[in-house]
Write a protein that binds this ligand. Structure first.
Ligand code: NAD
Length: 318
């Protein structure tokens, strides 16, 4: 009997904390059959692949190996987690310029022989800027270049609501949009519990909670990464699960709605910048962007968030 064709190949560029943990989450999901780990530190990629492979007996069959850029060419989705980390005394802009240089070198190596259906998923920070850079450098249709955007922040928001409302996070519909960063916007007006608008649910729920102070909640969501980095130096578990959710939506053609970072084309008056808003994702990448009915204040914050990103992009030579 002929062998079944390999289905679901993911290439992960950067086998650091985020790349390796994404491979681990993905391996356990059982939704792909091949994972290539690619890093300039080939030995590190090899070590991670070996360690992961030794769990083979506990998961569905998946081929995990350390590879080179060529191994990304036949992938369904290429996940970019590679990047430089901040040097002592280095400004955010200097770090960004170094990462842009890395991307200008790396992206053409990925796209050189890339198949026509592959999706690029950027995780490296600042994710919205580097997703835009990847789109520009790759010359791919914008629908096929996305960033993890505020998928993680949206999960953090749902977790905070879950704790306060004493309701399973999976039953809470809530979104964080805009920049993955300080200017992100919590969309209270579109938050629902079992189809009930949050503003109607909240006053009658009778839980003892902190939700009266929404700015405090926003600070908890926005400040989450700083709090974790202060304590353990990096974040990687939740982002790995967020990336896995996005990868599954693509590889399994799920048409899931996720707040990935994508190219704006006039949404709420914003264009030519990558940022997050709920987006239908499938095998072709972005199928459509969902137009949220924002309150006036949320719209203003979203436009401000876009301005922050545009001004960062204007500082770059791209
Ligand atoms: P890390 O330093 O542990 O790993 C980065 C890896 O990239 C290293 O192994 C390094 O060797 C590799 N690398 C550097 N240049 C490369 C190149 N040109 N080609 C291939 N590999 C290269 O960092 P990390 O903790 O894994 O974080 C990775 C990125 O993910 C960072 O930018 C971080 O800020 C970002 N991150 C994003 C989110 C999000 O929500 N978007 C969340 C957490 C972390």
């Amino acid at each position: 009997m002929p062998e079944r064709p390999v289905k679901g190949k993911v290439a992960i560029i950067g086998a650091g904390d985020v790349g390796a943990t994404t491979a681990y989450a993905l391996m356990q999901s059982g939704s792909v059959s091949e994972i290539a780990l690619i890093d300039i530190d080939h030995e590190k990629a090899e070590g991670e692949a070996m360690d992961l492979r030794h769990g083979a007996a506990f998961v569905k069959p998946v081929d995990i190996y350390a590879g080179d850029y060529e191994d990304a060419w036949d992938a369904d989705i290429v996940v970019i987690t590679a990047g430089a980390s901040q040097k002592p005394g280095e400004t955010r802009l200097e770090l960004l310029e170094r990462n842009v240089d890395i991307f200008e070198d790396m992206v053409p190596r990925i796209t050189e022989g890339l198949n026509d259906n592959a999706i690029l998923l950027v995780v490296t920070n600042p994710v919205d800027i580097l997703s835009y850079v990847t789109w520009k450098v790759s010359d791919l249709p914008w629908q096929r270049v996305i960033g993890t955007g505020t998928v993680l922040d949206t999960s953090r928001f749902r977790n905070v609501l879950s704790k306060n409302c004493n309701v399973d996070a999976r039953n809470i519909h809530a979104y964080v949009i805009g920049e993955h960063g300080d200017s992100e916007v919590l969309v209270w007006s579109a938050t629902h519990m079992a189809g009930v608008p949050f503003d109607d649910y909240c006053p009658v729920c009778e839980e003892d909670c902190d939700l009266q102070n929404r700015e405090l909640i926003a600070e908890e969501v926005r400040g989450a990464a700083y709090e974790i980095i202060d304590r353990k130096g990096a974040t990687y578990y939740a982002i790995a699960l967020a990336a896995t959710d996005i990868i599954e939506s693509v590889v399994r053609n799920e048409n899931s709605i996720l707040t990935v970072s994508t190219l704006m084309d006039g949404q709420h008056g914003v264009e030519d910048v990558y940022l997050s808003t709920p987006t239908v994702l499938n095998r072709g990448g972005v199928r459509r962007i969902v137009d949220l009915d924002l309150s006036d204040s949320e719209r203003e914050q979203f436009v401000e968030s876009a301005k922050v990103l545009r001004s960062e992009l204007d500082k770059l030579d791209i």
